[in-house]
Design a protein around this ligand. Structure first.
Ligand code: GAL
Length: 813
């Protein structure tokens, strides 16, 4: 039987420039350097390093095959066993295997050495020209040792299909090499009380076998609402003895892009998504399972149903969690605009293969991206990538992201980055304009916004609001357009980048959330599109602070909410109920609410009904234009006239409007917002104009961590400065430090300054169990949280259907 041995702990790491005797004990995932959050130097992670480990190879391994499986090593890897080369690999985003079988000495300790070149090598993707992201160095994903019998199952490919006879599941077992001897292959699929088995006879020389299970209608479909997962298993038996077993999780999911949209299990579904870079502050991609999985939860919470893994394959843990959450994924090969020479292209075709072979069984993946993001047409190259993808996977279509219109379409889906929206009327061009074709082809918008409107979480309120509205506009447009399968906005999280992109501090502030995954207003606006059952949202897109606004005043206020209406009180008096403002967002499930006035109901009532309606229309119009409480010059005579017509004093309405809208020179306001769903107030928010710092708050994504996983465990602690009403103080930028008792430690610096009133630390386990008392201190203020580190704790959020993907078997070098 095979043995799968995680090899993540206790590598000896050193830089090439260090003395060979030097070395630091590290665990994987490992970043070759801890970088600053911003203003970093890209040269700092671009160096050659060595990772060394001793491996005791027991006598029983003689006659078996032994592989070292790397999930991600940036960027060019050479593997040595006892000083002899075991293979090399180009590219930091796809997995590979080094075979040690003939290099090990059994019954002894063996020396494994990895030479890792983490420079921006121009000879394979994504480098060769500038790239708008960083290729952080290190053995930044896990390593596994796999020991098999000579005959073994290298890969299982599970294909759900619809045929003329109905739905089927095909399970292909691909052997490590043509079988040396006859065997029996037992294939089983199981889950949700279903269990089907097939026994096949494998003959010497077979390199793969396929079992077909018909009548798969009895399996539940995988979908965003109901992400049902099953397991497939293949066992090789010889003379009644089990010699190998491979297992995978899969979903009964049928997907197809057609000219009139995207179909999931035969039903049309609009795709609304965000792009994700896998980078985290300080350590780039080097985050363990729990943190990778958490990103999928965070994205699902942002109300989307699709993620694009821009611009490279991402951690299997992230994809596993997408499977469990029903979050669909477009995965693409590494690259950014530039296409290199023959050898470079050869490596890219290799990446297509490695990506598809690794991720074939993830039901979340609905489309392969087989072009270099935003590269020019390159027929011969892209014929190859498409051919390779189709040869490997007959169940999924291909896309290939471009930013120029009327490109050559070698893929099944025209996938296009559409940056036409600049706040004006046009959101996306027509399909004909984009594709240059009269005949309809499937079209998916793969980026929008981004560099068209970079926005920091601590930017001025007006900009944060416009950023949110732009994201809502592209969603609304996609939902309303019959000629689009959907859209994926740029992007989920801010990310580190080179100086020729971003804001000069090596950050592209393009996320709807920041690098710490803390949402900006745009993130809150995305969240508000989720169904209330997935979490009610009630977020004023305003500080309610008149001096922050251009011209003063606190109106109008957009409220991102999935509630049916918002009841508003000002200084304890009822103002009224405000419904979602559908006119500018006819297609959104939950248009934001626009609070256009703050006049208490009992004061507004003296107006006769016809004039009240006229007055309300006037206020709504001005609110939509964003000019309240600063009225336009022509508004004053109009309002005076209206006052007189209503039998009020001249100027009465202007004064009322001005006073209640929080005009310059008027008294303080506190607003209370109640979000109603099904006749009940499900959320209440109070926001005061006067904000005094009250306390530090710390919240952990997880409070129980695992001590005995395949490597260290980690979670995020979000620290916020709150005012007396429990709202964020966005300009409170004090220093905060993390104090722990040694059971956990910070990944990256333990002392930082709040950025826009909040920040996050990620803390990791250190191989000890116990309860960690974690304190965050800022001057005399402290906030405390208890984290328990114990054995056997689940990789929360708990894995479904028997856990995620096994590290894949083998990819011969
Ligand atoms: C696109 C590119 C992305 C990112 C984005 C910023 O052109 O594909 O990687 O740079 O622009 O808006």
């Amino acid at each position: 039987m095979r043995e799968t041995i995680p090899l993540n702990r206790g590598w000896l790491f050193r830089r090439e420039t260090d003395a060979p005797s030097a070395g630091e004990r590290v665990d994987l995932p490992h970043a070759n350097v801890v970088l600053p959050y911003n203003y970093l130097r890209e040269a700092d992670y671009q160096f050659v390093s060595f990772y060394e480990k001793t491996l005791a190879a027991p006598e029983q391994w003689a006659g078996r095959r032994v592989f070292l499986y790397f999930e991600g090593a940036m960027a060019y890897t050479e593997v040595f066993c006892n000083g002899r080369p075991a293979g090399s690999h180009k590219g930091g985003y796809t997995p590979f295997c080094a075979e040690l079988t003939d290099l090990l000495i059994f019954g002894r300790e063996n020396r494994l050495e990895v030479r890792l070149d983490s420079t921006e090598r121009p000879d394979f993707p994504p480098c060769g020209n500038v790239v708008d992201y960083l290729t952080y160095g290190g053995l930044y994903r896990e390593v596994t040792l796999l020991v098999t019998e000579p005959d073994f199952v290298r890969e299982l490919r599970v294909s759900p299909r619809r045929t003329a006879e109905g739905e089927i599941v095909e399970v292909a077992a691909i052997f490590g090499a043509p079988l040396a001897r006859d065997a029996e292959l037992r294939v089983e699929i199981s889950g949700h009380f279903a269990r089907r088995e097939a026994v096949l006879h494998a003959k010497a020389g077979d390199d793969r076998l396929r079992a077909v299970f018909s009548g798969a209608e009895e399996l539940r479909h995988w979908s965003p609402q109901s992400p049902s997962l099953y397991r497939a298993r293949a066992e090789l038996w010889r003379e009644g003895v089990l010699t190998d077993r491979a297992e995978t999780r899969f979903g009964m999911r049928l997907c197809e892009f057609r000219p009139d949209g995207f179909y999931l299990n035969g039903e049309k579904l609009k795709l609304i998504g965000l792009n994700r870079h896998q980078s985290y502050p300080y350590v780039g991609g080097a985050m363990p399972e729990r943190v990778q999985r958490r990103d999928a939860d965070i994205l699902k919470g942002l109300g989307i149903n699709l993620v694009r893994t821009s611009h490279y394959p991402q951690s299997r843990h992230f994809l596993d969690r997408c499977d469990e959450l029903g979050l669909m994924v477009m995965e693409e090969i590494p690259g950014w605009q530039h296409i290199g020479d023959e050898a470079w292209q050869e490596a890219a075709v290799g990446h297509v293969e490695e990506m598809i072979r690794r991720d074939y069984n993830h039901p979340c993946i609905i489309l392969w991206g087989v072009r270099i993001n935003e590269s020019a047409d390159c027929s011969a190259f892209y014929r190859r990538t498409n051919r390779r993808a189709h040869e490997l996977d007959g169940t999924r279509q291909t896309g290939g992201v471009r930013c120029s219109v009327k490109g050559e379409l070698l893929e099944d889906v025209y996938t296009f980055n559409e940056f036409i929206h600049n706040g004006g009327e046009t959101v996306f061009r027509s399909r004909e304009e984009i594709t240059g074709r009269e005949e309809p082809v499937p079209l998916l918008i793969t980026e929008s916004n981004g560099h068209m409107f970079p926005t920091k979480r601590f930017d001025h309120e007006n900009r944060l609001v416009e950023h949110a509205l732009r994201h809502l506009r592209v969603m609304d447009e996609a939902l309303g357009r019959e000629d689009l399968a959907g859209e994926i906005s740029w992007c989920a999280f801010d990310y580190n980048t080179h100086g020729c992109f971003g804001s000069g501090d090596k950050i592209c502030y393009h996320g709807v959330s920041d690098m710490f995954r803390i949402p900006k207003y745009a993130g809150l606006a995305c969240m508000s599109q989720r169904p209330p059952e997935q979490g009610a949202v009630l977020e004023p897109l305003s500080l309610i602070s008149r001096g922050e606004r251009d011209g003063g005043g606190i109106l109008p206020v957009w409220v991102a909410t999935n509630c049916e209406f918002v009841r508003v009180y000002r200084n304890g008096e009822l103002v009224g109920d405000f419904a979602p403002h559908r006119a500018p967002f006819p297609h959104l499930p939950h248009p934001p609410v626009l609070i256009s006035h703050l006049m208490p109901q009992n004061i507004r009532l003296p107006l006769p009904p016809a004039l009240r309606e006229e007055f309300t229309r006037f206020i709504d119009e001005r609110a939509e234009q964003g000019v309240l409480p600063d009225l336009l010059p022509e508004d004053y005579p109009y309002l005076e006239d209206l006052s007189l017509r209503a039998g009020l004093e001249r100027g009465a309405l202007t004064a009322l409007l001005f006073e209640t809208a929080g005009g310059w020179g008027q008294a303080e306001n506190t607003l209370r917002l109640e979000g109603y769903v099904g006749g009940k107030a499900v959320l209440v928010r109070e926001v005061g104009e006067a904000k005094s710092f009250a306390r530090l708050d710390v919240q952990a994504d997880d409070t129980v961590l695992r001590a005995d996983g395949s490597t260290y465990d980690a979670t995020r602690l979000v620290v916020r400065a709150l005012d007396t009403l429990g709202n964020l103080c966005p300009f409170y930028n004090a220093g905060v430090s993390l104090e722990t008792d040694g059971t956990v430690e910070a990944i990256g610096p333990g002392s930082v300054a709040l950025v826009g009133g909040c920040i996050a630390f990620w803390v990791r386990t250190r191989g000890k169990t116990g309860t960690a008392r974690v304190r965050v201190r800022s001057g005399d203020e402290t906030a405390e949280i208890l984290l328990e580190v114990r054995e056997g704790a689940a990789a929360a959020p708990a894995a479904a259907a028997g856990g995620g993907t096994e590290p894949a078997a083998c990819f011969a070098l």
